[in-house]
Design a protein around this ligand. Structure first.
Ligand code: CP
Length: 310
């Protein structure tokens, strides 16, 4: 049977995404019931780029499902250093593992690996392109704080040009009912045209601004993001733009009482630590939702039945 992969959020229908969110919620309610469902399964965790959350949450997700984890977070310790192609690495590693998670600085690498691997491949971030499992994390966070993913004004603030978490989230959220976007960025870091074209085709409403102060009061969700230093060609440009937006307690005074602040993390300087104690700041809760939704994703891609729904 052909393996199913997650390379971008559109690989799953909204109905399938909702099923995964419901499974993640059942895991949260009763983790013990799921603690052995992946016994005997091996996840290969291949990180060609640094990570804290995505790597550790996938590793712990598999361990908490009773499976095991192999892999690297430093590709120079693998045969990549000898010139092995990612295609050959994917085929080879899929001889040992049941599922592969890959992060790579080059756009399209997860897709390339999926064509050669003999098991499911999950894109854990490919360059400035997509980060679909962060999107699942974000959706589980939203349904945990809002009644539904519907009728929401979502402000997306920061580096909209290079932020792969943002491209994934916006193109996915646009498929839900009555979601409006406010894109908040400096001129040089605006949302890419290919994302806006997709929204235009879908008839999804969005506005663009460079002012967080003027837009914060209209938002149900404020999704902050860091300026992606590693994607800049010029360090000078990065230094000029890195502190363009800083969310402070003062700014939060102008936000709705039930607005939530999300961030994929890591944070650099764009949210002052004084905001962390505000009950609307949910970004560290978001981190934990990431582990649960990845447990649900691993089960789904491996075709493992939910023991509570048999
Ligand atoms: N959100 C996210 O992708 O974090 P890491 O880079 O630490 O994995």
């Amino acid at each position: 049977m052909e393996s199913r992969h997650l390379l971008q959020p559109s690989d799953f229908s909204i109905a399938e995404i909702n099923d995964m969110l419901r499974l993640a919620k059942r895991i949260i309610q009763n983790p013990i019931a799921y603690s052995e469902v992946c016994k005997g399964k091996v996840l290969a965790s291949l990180f060609y780029e640094p990570s804290t959350r995505t790597k550790f949450s996938f590793d712990t997700a598999m361990l908490r499902l009773g499976g095991q984890v192999i892999g690297f977070s430093d590709p120079t310790t693998s045969s990549t250093a000898k010139g092995e192609t990612v295609a050959d690495s994917a085929l080879t590693i899929s001889k040992y593992a049941d599922i592969i998670v890959v992060r790579h600085p080059k756009e399209g690498t997860a897709r390339l690996m999926s064509k050669h691997a003999e098991c499911p491949v999950i894109n854990a971030g490919d360059g400035g392109h997509m980060h679909p499992t962060q999107t699942l994390t974000d959706l589980l966070t939203i349904v945990s704080y809002k009644p539904e993913i519907k009728d929401l004004t979502v402000g997306v603030c920061g580096d909209l040009k290079f932020g792969r978490t943002i491209h994934s989230l916006v193109t996915c959220l646009a498929r839900f009912e009555n979601i409006r976007f406010v894109f908040i960025s400096p001129d040089e870091l605006k949302m890419p045209v290919y994302v806006k074209d997709e929204l235009n085709k879908m008839g999804v409403e969005y506005t663009e601004t460079s002012s967080l102060d003027e837009s914060i009061g209209s938002l149900d969700i404020l999704y902050m993001s860091r300026v992606q230093r590693e994607r800049f060609i010029s360090e000078e440009d990065y230094l000029r733009l890195k502190d363009y937006f800083i969310l402070t307690k003062e700014k939060m005074k102008h936000a709705k009482e039930d607005m939530i602040v999300m961030h994929p993390l890591p944070r650099v300087n764009e949210i002052a630590t004084e905001v962390d104690s505000d009950p609307r700041a949910v970004y560290f809760h978001q981190v934990k939702y990431g582990m649960y939704v990845r447990m649900a994703l691993i089960m789904t891609l491996l075709g493992i039945k939910d023991p509570l729904c048999e």
